[in-house]
Design a protein around this ligand. Structure first.
Ligand code: FMN
Length: 150
């Protein structure tokens, strides 16, 4: 069975709403044969990454970049996972107040370095998520998870 690892930093109700939508999409009953594992970014390890087949990453924008928590995750796993995870599929979402550009740039840059393959459009949301934002996050989760079906 394939494993989808969702690594997220979720510090607020608005971020929680997006996270829950992503999980809901990834765990849709129509997607079979994919185990979904959730890990807060501050506790996810290189072993978690090596044991998974694909990834979903979620973060708020903080001070013009991704959260320190998601950056910490990348700092921990980058070299231990570089050789073994090349080409693996991933997707991500970013929530911010008004400008998520730096967070997006950072995630794109690091995942390019890892040679991960983005298999769904990135979702960016500012302010209170509306119905469409939640639906886009659901689609993100479902798309990356469905890509891991055997
Ligand atoms: C220290 C700090 C820095 C932040 N920097 C940014 C930023 O650079 N860009 C942005 O769009 N939002 C920024 N935000 C807003 C957060 O992204 C936002 O609070 C977070 O996504 C949670 O959303 P919520 O407050 O609407 O629940 C910042 C928030 C904090 C606390």
């Amino acid at each position: 069975m394939a494993t989808l690892l969702i690594v997220h930093h979720t510090p607020s109700p608005n971020c929680q709403a997006l996270f829950e939508a992503v999980v809901s999409g990834a765990t849709d009953p129509e997607i079979e044969g994919v185990r979904v594992v959730r890990a807060p970014a501050l506790s996810a390890t290189a072993s978690d990454v090596l044991a998974a087949d694909g990834y979903l990453l979620g973060t708020p924008a903080n001070l013009g970049y991704m959260s320190g928590a998601l950056k910490h995750f990348f700092d921990q796993v980058y070299y231990p996972c570089l050789d073994a995870t090349r080409g693996r599929p991933f997707g991500y979402w970013v929530h911010g107040g008004n400008d998520v550009t730096g967070a997006v740039r950072g995630i794109e840059s690091i995942t390019k370095g890892l040679d991960w393959r983005r298999t769904a459009e990135a979702v960016t949301v500012t302010g209170e998520p509306d119905k469409q934002d939640v639906e886009r996050c659901w689609e993100l989760g479902a798309t990356v998870a469905a890509g891991l079906m055997g």
